[in-house]
Write a protein that binds this ligand. Sequence first.
Ligand SMILES: [Fe+2]
Length: 252
Amino acid sequence: MRYLILSDLHANDEALTAVLRRVKRKTFDRVVCLGDFVGYAADPNKVLDRFRTLRKTTISVRGNHDKVVSGVDEGALFNPPALEAARWTMERLSKQNMDFLKKLPLGPELVDGLFVVCHGSPLDEDAYIFSDFDASLNFVQLNRFAEGVDLCFFGHSHIPSIFTLEPGGIRVEAVREARYKLRLEPGKRYLVNPGSVGQPRDRNPRAAYAIYDATARVVHFDRVPYDVGAARRKIHRAGLPAVLGDRLVVGL
Ligand SMILES: [Fe+2]
């Protein structure tokens, strides 16, 4: 079984379209989304319509932006541009797409008994995993949630990264290569972030995603160029905070 792993789409239709075009030639059976379908960019309906009509089974969890836009959370922790974008999105979302967001489950979720998915971390959907300390707390939680499962995909930080629990401690890696293969080894545990489709923050503007081959036990990371200028122009024309368009150009 092969899984397409997407996270943090953030209403960026140019980026999502480019990723879906890239994976057309690849094999995958199911699509997993780690949350944050909306917020920041100007195409929330297009992105959600596209995702909801994919001809593959999808498994999703909610992100913090999905919660605020669908009224599950007030967004007290949001910075002003994020809150403005959430309100802008709320006013424009179709009923179907709003219902979809409202029904998204809280992570972590176990997928096919093989791996766990969540937005921020298995411990807390709104928390970030940046450091080995953050990861250590969550490796414990992963064990409690799914005994024997050694892999969790998470999003939220928008940084393609790998945290490995191995006999010597926790290894932290940022994935900087355009294409990278992670071979899972027995006796180790993994927290893996595929990066963000719609708003990468690792100073690389290319859309990020991963494919997990559960049979071969390999995670394939990939980056895809897309029309960043068009996504930026749409954000500016929509009257959303300009910084939300500008940051896409530098990948921050
Ligand atoms: Fe996000």
